[in-house]
Design a binder for this molecule. Structure first.
Ligand code: SAM
Length: 280
């Protein structure tokens, strides 16, 4: 089923949470000055035109990116990330996706392995990354990212940041993510895995963080941003990021920046965050 198009959602509050954490993990890896690879199982189009028909349909970016650009009292770490994000923008009225953020952040000789099934987004991904001239460092495949991930582990560099960001439009994406992670972790237990998930009023979504914790609860970070309280009638009320082998520096930074992201993206007075971590 390929009805999902991320362009409708680009730059919304869930993208901000996801891309902020992705950027922090990449920055941490860059600080180590050792080569590493980036794997994106559901890469999307790489960048999004906010003036285009898809983004304009519901203007979801107004729930996130617009507010970030306009904010005047951000904590220093969040303001610094906003500057980084601005510097990545290929043009006005665009928003960078995970693949572009990684492609512009990953130093050589690190390789990017990107999977995207939708024919139009696969084509856009290639077009959007072409100007970066990444040559053999870039591997883009129009194939299933879950099986693609297993096939490229462990990476030759033995270090990798891995983003798993499925649409979850099919219920099976939750279980497939869990099964894929179990197999991936067996092959490559030292990578940093970032898993995005929606907070929805349905059992698969509610139970997902606990299921992740059952397997990976020895070394994890969970950050959720609820822009409003759960309300059966209103679909996605927030989103979460679950990190396996997170940078040890992240909980302290998030203790300041996650409440600021909540204040920025809140749609009602009952918005809230969840932040918990165990990092040995
Ligand atoms: N990671 C992107 C970002 O942050 O900019 C957004 C990705 S979007 C949430 C999910 C993408 O996965 C969609 O573009 C969809 O076409 C693609 N997709 C769906 N099922 C897939 C699969 N099994 N393997 C690879 N891509 C898939």
């Amino acid at each position: 089923m390929l009805s999902y198009r991320h362009a409708y959602h680009a730059g919304n509050h869930a993208d901000l949470l996801k891309h902020y954490l992705l950027s922090r993990v990449l920055a941490y890896y860059n600080g180590k000055q050792k080569p590493y690879d980036y794997i994106d199982t559901h890469a999307g189009a790489g960048q999004y035109d906010l003036s285009g028909d898809y983004a304009q349909k519901n203007r979801e970016y107004d729930s996130g990116f617009t507010r970030l650009l306009a904010a005047t009292d951000l904590p220093a770490a969040l303001a610094a990330w906003r500057d980084e994000l601005r510097a990545l923008l290929p043009a006005a009225d665009t928003y960078p996706g995970s693949a572009l953020i990684a492609a512009k952040t990953l130093p050589p000789p690190g390789k990017l392995h990107l999977y995207e099934l939708h024919p139009a987004d696969y084509q856009a991904l290639q077009d959007n990354l072409r100007p970066l001239r990444l040559g053999r460092r870039l591997h883009v495949a129009q194939s299933d990212g879950f099986t693609g991930l297993i096939a490229c582990l462990p990476p030759a560099s033995r270090r990798a940041v891995i983003l798993i960001d499925p649409p979850y439009e099919q219920k099976s994406d939750y279980q497939t993510t869990l099964d894929t992670l179990a197999a991936a972790y067996k092959r490559f237990p030292s990578g940093t895995y970032l898993i995005w998930y929606p907070c929805l009023p349905r059992d698969e979504s509610r139970h997902f963080p606990a299921q992740l914790n059952q397997h990976f609860g020895d070394n994890y970070l969970r950050a959720e941003l609820h822009v409003r309280a759960e309300n059966g009638a209103h679909g996605m009320y927030g989103s979460g990021m679950y990190l396996i082998n997170p940078p040890y520096t992240l909980p302290a930074e998030l203790a300041t920046t996650l409440p600021a992201l909540r204040d920025l993206c809140a749609e009602s007075a009952d918005s809230r965050i969840i932040l918990d971590a165990r990092i040995p």
